[in-house]
Design a protein. Structure first.
Length: 573
């Protein structure tokens, strides 16, 4: 969410230009040709491809590279390389190849503006890149060696002025050029640290420690296979209330499956017959309350109109401890509003049936949760703030990327501490919810059983794809409905989907729509009326509602937004 009235979309708002179709075609063609001509099985000619032996075999420019134990894509290590000044942190290895052969080059990378390439091929050198993010992405391309080429240099690098990047599991797959390959890993060890997290009437959350050389994990329930996952956490669903279950997990890779872990037991909760947090109504209006003065009306919490069911206090701030956050009331900027008044107003809102939650992030938020330690710090610090101020929960508004594995761990830990009354909301940007493969979407699906609502920001994005594959311009009914459809059809429950819009033209740089347009979109999604050119294939009567940035900008406009949208949301079927 913006802290200033006029927002200039930054790099994170750019649409990614991908070459996946072309890459897939090249890979397929290369594989077909090589399979027909190769006298023996292709191998990965890169050595120390997973950096398990440090930087052995690799050379990084200006000492820019090192190995780390987290984050890793697989195994126990990964490359971390940091650009500095005019150096782009290039890490390279020269591999032995056969002349006139085709090789498929791939790597898993994490970070901003990461490149993968090959030079000295004797034909056309290749490279590919990604604008990146806080989760692992696979880069892949292919090349053909020249008639006299016996070695090729493969490399990764970052970009000037950007932060560190990570790389793991490099593959240069093709005929052995005489240099051989790393020996394949054996069957992995049994996982340790299997722990029970949040338990509901129908689900049990589990997590465990990563296992070296594992590429996946199998979860067992009462001795039978329940599901397979790639990460170190899983939520087993479809369980019966008030029932004890036994769980184990095994690690897998190409060599086979490990022995099962030590067993843990969990008993599901009794069926209360209620759905979701009892404090949040079936159809709800969310508003962000500004703990700062940026030209909008300065408010106390007591000034927020009753039309708002969830009030998100913006924002918690990062501390010097990785993952940890804190909150300080801006009494000076809020005309002397005291902490005691603030806490009393939270209690008063709760007594009136409202939820007051703490939002983490915003446009300038830089909270980073990318390993187990920072996930624990995140959960511990937020729970401490909830107890100190009386907040009902948390809103995740991290606009600078998040790691779905560790954010999931953090939110499940927080849920376990706070209990079933936790109110958990999210406010991703439009680009973050275009695909279920995105980090934000993954996180939302990972915590679906404890998630209250995702209020995507339908603004400051420009044109985007709808669920029908067509491009829609922001500021229209079609934009709101076609983009909401992606979440509704991508796995979120309708009760977990809300429409987030600015309260006025001054609340965001672009994307403002009149309250009547918001109401038309709500009707289209819930009742099939009021639609534009896009009409969803079905209706979603349980749609949660709408959100706005912010209650302060709403007040600046005479509460016109909440006065029109609030009653409409509360009157939905």
């Amino acid at each position: 969410m913006p802290r200033t009235a006029d927002v200039r979309p930054g790099r994170r708002r750019r649409r990614l230009t991908t070459l996946l179709a072309a890459v897939a075609a090249a890979v397929c063609a290369a594989g077909g040709t090589q399979a027909a001509a190769a006298p023996q099985a292709d191998v990965n000619v890169a050595r120390n491809a997973g950096y398990e032996s440090g930087l052995s075999g690799w050379t990084c420019s200006n000492g820019s590279g090192t190995t780390v134990g987290s984050p890793v894509h697989s195994g126990a290590s990964a490359l971390k390389a940091t650009p500095a000044g005019s150096d782009n942190a290039k890490c390279a290895q020269t591999v032995a190849v056969k002349p006139g052969a085709t090789y498929r080059l791939s790597a898993y990378v994490q970070g901003s503006y990461v490149y993968l390439g090959a030079s000295g091929t004797g034909t056309t050198d290749v490279s590919t890149w990604t604008t990146g993010g806080s989760s692992w992405q696979q880069l892949q391309t292919s090349f053909t060696t020249g008639p006299d080429t016996t070695s090729v240099t493969v490399y990764t690098h970052g970009w000037y002025g950007q932060g560190a990047y990570f790389a793991d599991d490099i593959s240069v797959f093709g005929p052995d050029g005489g240099g051989g390959t790393d020996p394949g890993p054996g069957i992995p060890a049994a996982p340790s640290g299997l722990t029970v997290g949040t338990v509901t009437a129908s689900s049990v959350a589990l997590s465990w420690n990563p296992v070296k050389d594992a590429t996946g994990y199998t979860v067992y329930r009462d001795g039978a296979k329940a599901q397979s996952v790639s990460g170190t956490s899983a939520t087993v669903t479809g369980l019966s209330p008030a029932t004890a279950y036994r769980f184990q997990v095994a690690a897998t890779n190409a060599a086979g499956e490990s022995a099962k872990s030590a067993q843990v037991t969990a008993t599901t909760a009794a069926d209360s017959g209620s759905g979701g947090n009892p404090r949040v109504p079936k159809h709800a209006v969310t508003g962000y309350w500004q703990n700062f003065n940026n030209g909008a009306a300065v408010q106390k919490l007591s000034d927020v109109p009753d039309q708002y069911d969830i009030i998100a206090v913006a924002f918690a701030e990062a501390t010097g401890t990785p993952g940890a956050v804190t909150f300080h009331l801006d009494s000076a900027g809020l005309n002397g509003y005291t902490v005691d008044q603030f806490k009393a107003d939270i209690k008063a809102k709760q007594a009136a049936g409202k939820s007051v939650i703490l939002s983490v992030g915003g446009e300038k938020g830089t909270v980073s949760v990318n390993d187990a330690a920072s996930a624990a710090n995140f959960a511990d610090s937020l729970y401490a703030l909830m107890r100190e101020y009386g907040f009902n929960g948390v809103d995740i508004d991290l606009e600078n990327g998040l790691n779905p594995t560790y954010m999931t761990q953090a939110l499940r830990s927080l849920s376990q501490k706070a209990g079933s009354g936790l109110v958990l909301t999210m406010a991703p940007q439009t680009i973050d919810m275009q695909s279920t493969s995105g980090s934000y979407f993954k996180t939302a699906l990972n915590v679906k059983d404890i998630l209250t609502v995702v209020n995507m920001q339908y603004y400051n994005s420009g044109s985007m794809l709808g669920c029908d594959g067509k491009v829609y311009s922001q500021g229209s009914v079609d934009f709101l409905t076609a983009l909401a459809c992606i979440q509704l059809e991508g796995g979120l429950d309708p009760s977990q989907v809300g429409i987030g819009v600015p309260a006025s033209t001054r609340g965001a740089g672009s994307g403002y729509v009149a309250p009547s347009v918001v109401n038309a979109a709500l009707d289209c999604l819930t009742k099939g009326t009021g639609c534009g050119t896009f009409k969803p294939a079905k209706t979603y009567p349980a749609l949660r509602g709408a959100m706005t940035w912010s209650t302060n900008w709403d007040a600046t406009s005479g509460n016109a937004w909440s006065g029109a949208v609030g009653p409409h949301v509360h009157a939905l079927p």
